[in-house]
Every structure is written in structure tokens, then in C-alpha cells.
Ligand binder design. Structure first.
Ligand SMILES: [Zn+2]
Length: 64
């Protein structure tokens, strides 16, 4: 499973919980680290390779 698929699955699974807080490490040529924290307390962390760093994933990382 790609990082993007896993991130989307997490976001979908936790949409009913409430607010997801996203954060990302500064992007490098290889990619960046994405952190998500759900209202239910669950945390999710994935390396996003540049090849998968799409606009909707970037939007998650810069939500706060
Ligand atoms: Zn949740």
C-alpha cells in the first residue's frame, strides 16, 4: 500500500471522530514527514515520498 493510500484510509476512518490536526516536516527533495492527530487521540505518521506528495496530502499537512 502506498503512503497516500494509507493516509487517505486514516483520514476516512477518522472522519466521524471530529477534527484531524495535520502537520508536516519541511519538504526535502525526497519528500516529507506527515503527522496527523485525530480528535480521538490517535496519531498517525508517514513518510510521504515526493512522487506521492499531491496537493490534497499537502493540504492535510498545513491545516494548522
Ligand atoms: Zn479518530
Amino acid at each position: 500500500m502506498s503512503a497516500t493510500t494509507e493516509i487517505r484510509a486514516f483520514v476516512e476512518a477518522h472522519q466521524p471522530c471530529g477534527e484531524l490536526i495535520g502537520n508536516g516536516s519541511p519538504a526535502t527533495a525526497e519528500g516529507y514527514q506527515l503527522f496527523l492527530r485525530c480528535a480521538c487521540g490517535l496519531e498517525f505518521e508517514r513518510w510521504v515520498p515526493m512522487a506521492e506528495a499531491t496537493a490534497d496530502i499537502a493540504a492535510l499537512a498545513s491545516e494548522n
